[in-house]
Design a protein around this ligand. Structure first.
Ligand SMILES: Nc1ncnc2c1ncn2[C@@H]1O[C@H](COP(=O)(O)OP(=O)(O)O)[C@@H](O)[C@H]1O
Ligand SMILES: [Mg+2]
Length: 407
């Protein structure tokens, strides 16, 4: 294909995004600083390849430069993982360019809004409480990938991004270069991924310790081991089989509920007769880990993380129970969701947002209010209600905002 004056040789871009034609493609991304007004400085993790961020009307994109065939491969892999509904950064496209005699590829992904690279969680003292959640998040991500038949090949702290999720964290895969999508993953490949994870996590923590970013007594050796332990526990919980008698059919429903509570949507329940048909072996197959997310999205159109969504769905269910009792008729969940959205969520968010840090995701802000309400209710020994909790929480946010502007 003939070279265009822009420097682009080929590109593939998904619709719904800018065309990126105004970027200085004739230059390597490392030379875009000062040339393109779209460049935006954002926190970035350790990487082999140069990554820059560009801003199109407030929507951010990450551009990573790497050999052309690898850019294409990573783009395809991210697309497949997205189809499998895994938590990965959204692939937008790739561009193949020529810089003098060299060919290069640039992978474009949507910047993961509200995300934090892991070293932020370690370096900022007020984020220390997230470290424990980081272990659950990384273990959970690996379980999700493996259940979907994906071998990662480079599981590490810098190849993941973290989003706050109702006080916990959700991990997202950011680097798919080494991944392989299999139908089903062998025990060996799973074991291999865990070994790589342990080694990489250890390496990253040793580096942080060398930069004096960790407390002196930080258990550098134990974190990878603990992530593996949490991985094994979750893997066992999701994939285990149990035997039930025909009279214990309720246990099928219990099993589905337990998996849903962990966020997994159940695709299929397999029952096999054992012991000459006297007992049934029960095995559940899960589809993805977006059970409450999907439900919340269907009911309200809101986009949230899984734990945030679970808390909001619980509130909607409580509201349905209260209203059904008050109005003496059973109310559909969708009607309760509509009232919850308009009478609680939206008005509360519109009052909290002006006081919050601009990096606060609305759903997380709402969950913080719920946490504050529980805290106040616990202290008062009764439910203090949304209104009182909101007033008190707003005072708290104003004080914090005051500290931010002063400091
Ligand atoms: N879509 C994205 N959203 C937010 N940050 C990103 C995104 N893509 C890359 N990054 C940042 O760039 C870093 C390096 O990306 P990565 O894909 O791991 O590159 P490499 O292949 O060079 O290791 C990540 O750790 C992350 O901080
Ligand atoms: Mg990487």
């Amino acid at each position: 294909m003939a070279e265009s004056p822009l420097g682009i040789q080929t590109s593939a871009l998904r619709p719904g995004h800018p065309d990126f034609l105004d970027l200085p493609w004739h230059l390597s991304v490392v030379a875009w600083e000062g040339v393109s007004p779209r460049l935006e400085r954002m926190p970035v993790g350790l990487s082999r390849h140069p990554v820059v961020f560009v801003n199109y009307g407030g929507r951010l994109y990450a551009c990573k430069e790497l050999p052309p065939d690898i850019a294409t491969k990573e783009y395809e892999l991210l697309r497949r993982m997205e189809e499998l509904r895994l938590p990965v950064v959204t692939p937008v496209g790739y561009v193949q360019v020529r810089h003098q005699e060299e060919e290069a590829g640039v992978l474009i992904t949507r910047y993961l809004d509200y995300s934090l690279p892991y070293h932020y969680l370690f370096k900022q003292p007020d984020l220390a409480r997230y470290r424990d959640h980081l272990m659950d998040a990384l273990a959970g991500l690996l379980v999700q990938l493996h259940l979907a038949g994906v071998y990662w090949g480079d599981c590490s702290l810098s190849n993941t991004l973290y989003r706050r999720d109702a006080g916990a964290l959700q991990a997202y895969l950011v680097d798919a270069e080494t991944a392989e999508v299999h139908g089903e993953l062998s025990t060996q490949l799973r074991a291999h991924d865990l070994e790589i994870m342990e080694e990489n996590v250890y390496g990253a923590l040793v580096d942080l310790a060398a930069m004096a970013s960790l407390p002196a007594d930080f258990p550098v050796n134990d974190v990878g081991v603990e992530i593996r332990r949490r991985y094994e526990a979750l893997w066992h919980e999701v994939t285990r089989t149990e035997t039930v008698t025909p009279e214990e059919r309720f246990r099928i429903r219990d099993r589905i509920r337990a998996l849903n509570t962990l966020g997994f949507s159940v695709d299929e329940v397999e029952l096999t007769a054992v012991q000459g048909g006297e007992r049934l072996r029960l095995r559940a197959f899960v589809a993805d880990r977006s059970f409450h997310r999907d439900l919340l999205q269907n009911l309200t159109g809101l986009d949230a993380e899984e734990t945030q969504a679970r808390q909001m769905i619980n509130e909607i269910q409580e509201l349905r129970a209260t209203l059904s009792q008050k109005e003496n008729r059973s109310m559909p969940l969708s009607a309760a969701a509509y009232r919850w959205l308009n009478e609680f969520y939206l008005p509360i968010i519109s009052r909290l947002q002006p006081l919050a840090d601009k990096n606060s995701q609305p759903a997380e802000l709402y969950c913080q209010l719920l946490e504050h309400k529980w805290y106040l209710s616990e202290r008062a020994g009764r439910d203090v209600g949304h209104r009182a909790a909101l007033e008190d929480f707003m005072r708290l946010l104003s004080r914090r905002a005051g500290r931010r502007t002063r400091g």
